[in-house]
Design a protein around this ligand. Structure first.
Ligand code: PLP
Length: 465
């Protein structure tokens, strides 16, 4: 399998290149040159398989065998999902006649990002080991992705990870999910500054070429192709395990950066018969406006109860745009430049009409989100986190069409206890393996918002080559 950039001026790359570089040199995102096909008989063969064997089958064609053999891949996949707390890994749970929750929050940090990042961490470690290289990962977090990245990188031989977060500005649970990790290659930095200061320092480290080269700096990028690839597998697994024969399928996806729902699109391109992909947005509704109204104009980001979806420019959307523009990289580049410069995507109405064959969109505000959490609890006794609630609400706004609707449940309710308590009066409890999180010892280095201080700390602690 070879990969091309959505902006068309990077030569074709191997999986190894794409994994390690993340973003293409021309600023585009990598996509496969062709989609591997999973035919009906192979689809039927997935049904009895375990989750991990389904992953192995689905991701195999994307990775060259000279880089990772079948046996190595099986081992990396087994290890990636070994820390998940549900034996099914991604269990399905029915909530009414035609609606199911696909629970993607049984990983170590209780959110669906573990599915992609745990696999990414294993792939990185393997490939680096083979090349005899070492990477220093640096990142900034406002709370959510930091812990998933740390859990993905901890205890790996060929990686160190440094995570900057703004001191006093992340929730206690989020902070503790980072600072209580005991691993010799994990370094938390509590910065006396804001999230933007953290991001600026990370950018400054990448801009310091001497530092960048001596430490082999890298990021666990949200647009890395391997993340999309890892997520594609649970769409196949859900379809294989749904106990409704010959069901027509819709997936309803709480959407921020468009990575999760794009993985559904990739599954469909590979042959999974998905009738509809429903994009669920909160008040930051630019994707809703694109798919439902044919307009994609950037507005201010507003804080909502579902913070991981508080996004206006969804980076993975560019991958869909590439297909909507007939895989013409120059056209994607021009469209993205105009989008950034003018704040609106040119030709949105025509592109949206084409996308509507498969995509639909719905949006919910905070009051509606709380209503969904309350009513699902009353009707089914299930507590939903606010992101999942946006998607359940979106499913309910979509007219019934005979399809089975699979709603992606992206976070455990205990990750967002305040919203759940506000809606239901109940404060969800952390699962057993995290029950003592609030009592564990924390380690973080507190540093001033000062480039040299952070640089010195990183240099002193990274394993340099
Ligand atoms: C990241 C995240 C999302 C959004 O997923 P995208 O792939 O960015 O669209 C939704 N819900 C939760 C809980 C998340 O952490």
């Amino acid at each position: 399998m070879k990969y091309v950039s959505t902006r068309g001026s990077t030569p074709e790359q191997t999986f190894e290149d794409v994994l390690l570089s993340g973003l293409a040199r021309d600023g585009g995102l990598f996509v496969p040159t062709a989609w591997p096909h999973v035919g009906p008989s192979e689809m039927a063969a997935l049904e009895p398989l375990s989750y991990t064997r389904i992953v192995t089958r689905i991701v195999r064609p994307f990775i060259e065998e000279s880089l990772i053999s079948d046996a190595e891949l099986a081992q990396i996949v087994d290890q990636a999902y070994a820390g998940f707390r549900d034996p099914a890994i991604a269990p399905l749970r029915q909530i009414d006649d035609d609606t199911w929750l696909l629970e993607l929050f049984h990983g170590p940090t209780l959110a669906f990002k573990d599915f992609a990042l745990q696999l990414l961490g294993g792939l990185f470690d393997h490939v680096l080991g083979k090349r005899g290289e070492h990477l220093t990962i640096v990142g900034a977090t406002s709370g959510d992705t930091g812990s998933a990245a740390i859990e993905a990188c901890r205890d790996r031989d060929n990686l160190d990870i440094f995570m900057l977060f703004p001191e006093g500005r992340v929730s206690e649970v989020q902070r503790r999910q980072m600072t209580t990790v005991r691993s010799k290659n994990v370094f938390n930095i509590a910065l006396r500054g804001t999230f933007d200061d953290c991001q600026d320092l990370v950018k400054a480290m990448f801009a310091d070429h001497e530092l960048r080269d001596s430490l082999n700096l890298s990021a666990v990028n949200s647009i890395n192709w391997a993340r999309v690839m890892g997520q594609t597998a649970y769409y196949f697994a859900a379809a294989a395990k749904l106990p409704v024969p010959d069901a027509k399928l819709s997936f309803v996806v709480p959407t921020g950066n468009f990575g999760n729902v794009y993985a559904g699109y990739a599954a469909r391109k590979m042959g999974l018969p998905i009738e509809k992909l429903v994009v669920a947005s909160n008040r930051n509704d630019i994707l809703y406006r694109f798919f439902a109204q044919g307009d994609m104009t950037i507005t201010e980001v507003e804080a909502s109860l579902s913070p991981s979806m508080d996004i206006q420019v969804s980076s993975n959307f560019e991958r869909l745009l590439f297909d909507l523009l007939d895989r013409d990289g120059a056209a994607v580049l021009a469209a993205m430049q105009a989008f950034r410069a003018e704040g609106a995507l040119p030709g949105a109405s025509r592109l949206s009409a084409e996308a509507r064959d498969l995509f639909e969109a719905q949006r919910l505000d905070d009051a509606e989100t709380l209503d969904v959490i309350r009513s699902v609890h009353e009707e089914c006794g299930i507590l939903l986190d606010p992101h999942t609630a946006v998607a359940v609400g979106a499913a309910r706004k979509t007219p019934r069409d005979g399809n089975q609707r699979i709603v992606l449940a992206t976070a455990h309710p205990a990750k967002f206890p305040d919203a759940v308590e506000k809606a239901t009066g109940l404060r969800p409890e952390l699962p057993v393996h995290l029950a003592d999180l609030l009592d564990r010892d924390e380690t973080a280095e507190t540093l001033d918002n000062d480039f040299m201080a952070v640089r010195d700390y990183v240099c002193a602690h990274a394993v340099s080559r």
